[in-house]
Design a protein around this ligand. Structure first.
Ligand code: HEC
Ligand code: HEC
Ligand code: HEC
Ligand code: HEC
Length: 178
């Protein structure tokens, strides 16, 4: 029961050793090897980030293989819009300069949904001055067409005002016999 003074001192010293030793051991275990090489972060994270494959590219990267669409797109009001926004990711389509995958191409109603993601009057975050918006179905009523008309029946998707077909033409062209 009555431990001698020396024994108690020894025990205290021992537990300090165990605590410090254990602390150092876990510190070594938990801190990654390259931590602190350049600053208070894991230096290897840079090497790893460099190896992450690039998924998105600029429109210019699409142009060389799609000269037809490029020509139209560059002249139209959509020239500032990313091809990838409407078609999906470069990396899903091209690997090492060759076409390796098919990109989705929207059609019919899907196109209208796509257009309205940016042109819906309901989008209050964008100022009218930046992107002109339309109210649906009023826009179609104004043009005197059926509400089933899709945007691309009048607007070219790649240059929406360039080849615009006036509503009268459209009604004449599309509504006959329908
Ligand atoms: C605002 C959305 C939008 C943007 C931006 C856009 N496209 Fe499209 N694109 C479409 C839609 C919708 C279609 C299919 C409808 C159609 O042909 O009228 C299409 C059709 C195509 C097609 C023909 C696909 C096929 O086989 O039918 C190609 C190729 C294409 N786009 C490439 C591009 C490239 C390259 C760019 C950028 C320079 C681009 N697109 C920008 C919406 C867009
Ligand atoms: C290395 C050449 C190459 C590049 C770069 C390229 N494409 Fe294509 N793309 C093709 C070929 C080849 C086809 C099939 C033939 C065609 O429709 O012209 C195609 C077809 C498409 C189609 C029709 C659907 C499909 O996948 O078959 C779309 C949409 C399209 N490309 C969009 C794009 C967009 C957007 C980019 C840029 C992000 C792009 N392409 C970059 C070669 C390319
Ligand atoms: C990613 C957002 C986005 C999508 C999707 C989009 N647009 Fe646009 N659109 C714009 C922007 C931004 C402008 C204005 C460009 C400028 O003024 O530089 C524009 C311009 C226009 C204009 C000309 C309006 C004007 O007088 O300035 C029309 C018409 C139009 N888009 C129709 C369409 C149609 C039809 C579709 C679907 C095929 C579509 N847009 C899809 C962003 C988009
Ligand atoms: C029946 C043909 C027709 C259809 C379908 C159509 N539009 Fe239009 N749109 C027009 C005409 C015509 C204009 C006026 C163009 C002009 O002023 O030269 C116009 C103008 C616009 C403008 C510019 C508005 C402004 O304030 O200047 C936008 C944005 C637009 N349309 C988007 C769309 C979208 C999105 C769809 C599909 C939901 C669509 N349009 C469907 C014929 C049509």
């Amino acid at each position: 029961m009555n431990l001698s003074y020396r024994l108690r001192l020894l025990l205290v010293m021992l537990s300090i050793c165990v605590l410090v030793g254990g602390g150092l051991f876990f510190k070594k275990l938990l801190i990654p090897d390259s931590f602190g090489a350049y600053g208070p972060y894991r230096a290897d994270a840079i090497k790893e980030a460099v190896l992450i494959p690039i998924r998105h590219r600029t429109n210019t990267s699409c142009f060389k293989c799609h000269p037809y669409e490029a020509k139209i797109h560059k002249k139209g009001r959509h020239q500032t819009i990313s091809c990838e926004f409407c078609h999906g990711t470069y990396a899903d389509h091209v690997t090492e300069g060759k076409k390796t995958g098919t990109l989705p191409v929207k059609k019919e109603k899907e196109i209208t949904t796509l257009c309205l993601r940016c042109h819906n009057t309901e989008i209050k975050a964008r100022k009218e001055a930046v992107i002109k918006t339309v109210a649906m179905p009023n826009h179609l009523k104004d043009q005197d067409v059926k509400l089933t008309h899709n945007c691309n029946q009048c607007h070219h998707v790649h240059a929406p005002l360039k080849y615009i077909i006036r509503a009268k033409q459209i009604t004449g062209m599309m509504e006959v016999g329908s």
